[in-house]
Design a protein. Structure first.
Length: 266
């Protein structure tokens, strides 16, 4: 179990190399995966036909592009089925992530564009501003209005404020939400491009690229208390601290990971 005292006293660095890949990391079942997306994004994804997720807008996105993929290929060219390859470990985690275990880090760009908007302007037209830490350290956070995301963020904020003064330094002055940009070192759009991700205070963040790691980080680091993670996860926001390629300030709305877990038992 990750030690709570280490979380709150200023950091944790654990060797990642001896850990094994979780046995449940495997290709998602297609029919279950399709239903998971339909359940996760109601009114937007309305069906599954001829191998495609069918959107109310008329858009279609192939669930499986038919390519054999290793870790790098899934990361660079994910289809929706790939997004469910690594089961997200909701709740307490006993160990740092195993090598290349990055649940939720695979993202299918056509799916995100169909859900949230094809361009910066299209996403920007659908933003709603939530006052983050409204009663203690107010900051405006623009988020996408789809799928009740603003209400979810407001509830997360209220839960975090209720944790008490000791937690506020991690949360005040958030590093951002909406920012149409690519992920550092890649040509892939960040989840921030679609206004469904929040970075909390960068002064308490650990990020594998900042730690001097190449494509294979040498150690896992985290300073974010588990109570903060739990508040986000109750609203189906995943945490970048669950990734082998860790990004501990990052939280991202990914309800399909929850619905797939519920439907599949993974």
């Amino acid at each position: 179990m990750l030690n709570r005292r280490a979380f709150l006293a200023g950091g944790l660095a654990l060797a990642a190399s001896p850990l094994r890949t979780p046995a449940r990391a495997q290709p998602a079942d297609p029919s279950v995966a399709a239903q998971a997306f339909i359940d996760a994004y109601p009114q937007a994804i309305v069906g599954y036909a001829n191998g495609d997720l069918v959107f109310a807008s008329g858009a279609r996105v192939a669930l499986d592009d038919g390519r054999d993929k290793d870790f790098d290929r899934r990361l660079e060219n994910a289809d929706p089925q790939d997004m469910l390859h690594d089961p997200y470990p909701w709740g307490a985690a006993d160990d740092p992530p195993a090598r290349n275990f990055d649940p939720g880090r695979y993202r299918c760009d056509p799916l995100f564009r169909a859900l949230y908007g094809e361009s910066r302007d299209a996403v920007a037209a659908q933003l709603e501003t939530v006052t983050w830490l409204a009663n203690t350290r107010p900051s405006p956070l623009p988020v996408h209005r789809a799928f009740d995301v603003p209400a979810r963020v407001a509830r997360i904020s209220a839960k975090l404020e209720a944790l008490g003064e000791a937690f506020l330094p991690y949360l005040a002055e958030p590093a951002g939400s909406f920012n149409w940009r690519v992920i550092a070192g890649t040509d892939r759009l960040s989840a921030h491009s679609f206004a469904v991700a929040i970075d909390i205070n960068v002064n308490f963040a650990d990020y594998w690229r900042w730690a001097g790691g190449g494509p294979d980080p040498s150690e896992y680091r985290n300073r974010i208390p588990p109570e903060i993670v739990a508040a986000f996860e109750t609203e189906d926001f995943i945490w970048g601290g669950r990734w082998y390629h860790y990004d501990t300030m990052h939280f991202e709305y990914r309800p399909e990971l929850r619905t797939y877990a519920d439907l599949s038992g993974r």
